[in-house]
Design a protein around this ligand. Sequence first.
Ligand SMILES: Nc1ncnc2c1ncn2[C@@H]1O[C@H](COP(=O)(O)OP(=O)(O)OP(=O)(O)O)[C@@H](O)[C@H]1O
Length: 262
Amino acid sequence: MPNASVAPAVRVHGLWKRFGQQVAVAGIDLTLPAGHFVGLVGPNGAGKTTTLSMVTGLLRPDHGLIEVGGADVWRDPVAVKSRIGVLPEGLRLFERLTGRELLAYTGRLRGIPGAETDRRAAQLLDVLDLAGAANKLVVDYSTGMRKKIGLAAALLHNPEVLFLDEPFEGVDPVSAQVIRGVLERYTGSGATVVFSSHVMELVESLCDWVAVMATGTIVAQGPLAEVRGQAPTLQDAFLTLVGARDRGPGQDLDWLGGASRS
Ligand SMILES: Nc1ncnc2c1ncn2[C@@H]1O[C@H](COP(=O)(O)OP(=O)(O)OP(=O)(O)O)[C@@H](O)[C@H]1O
């Protein structure tokens, strides 16, 4: 159960990031309560990955404050990193390890006793349907298998907050269902999941809290029902919030299609 007296899972104040002339994140404020399933949504290039990278200590902000569980991410990175799990975009894995070895290595890095790592790894491999591939090299894993072993590695130390960038991309429906179950169980015990996605139906069915980004700003944040408002679906609310309602299907593409083909 979410507890109002605990520090927010994530608190961001005045966060900026610029790449040359491109402002990727334009001074955002964000408060994500602990114990919730949070969706970070926005069109391509909105700044979601840049935000998640800064919040998880992977990319240094130009300005701004970021706290996870009340601790400053950039002043106290070791403490914060021990309390979070991250499945980043374009996950880099140790390709020449097997899935089982990767988890054993992750467990050692996290300071988990060997026997406990083995126990947790066996359960995660089993639940995520990777037991049959446990002794296969990661380089030979499919896209979805890579996501799943990355998720297992991110969960191994039982973090307080789990950050996932597009966790369902490339994952088949059966595995997606399994991942959902694991994440729901995890948040049910009071932990927080923050994930970015373009798939509104998924966010609507999983999340109880949503933040919407567009062009480096937060255009809405709050409980799912509040952000959706009177709109029939989150997708409808999203299109209005990001100003995509009036965008036509491409008037200039009059050459596209059978009529003009010669
Ligand atoms: N390393 C970089 N160098 C230059 N520009 C960057 C860099 N990383 C991101 N950007 C720019 O910052 C903006 C935000 O990018 P970001 O990847 O955070 O968006 P996103 O919301 O995650 O997009 P998507 O949904 O397409 O993954 C974009 O305009 C992008 O081109």
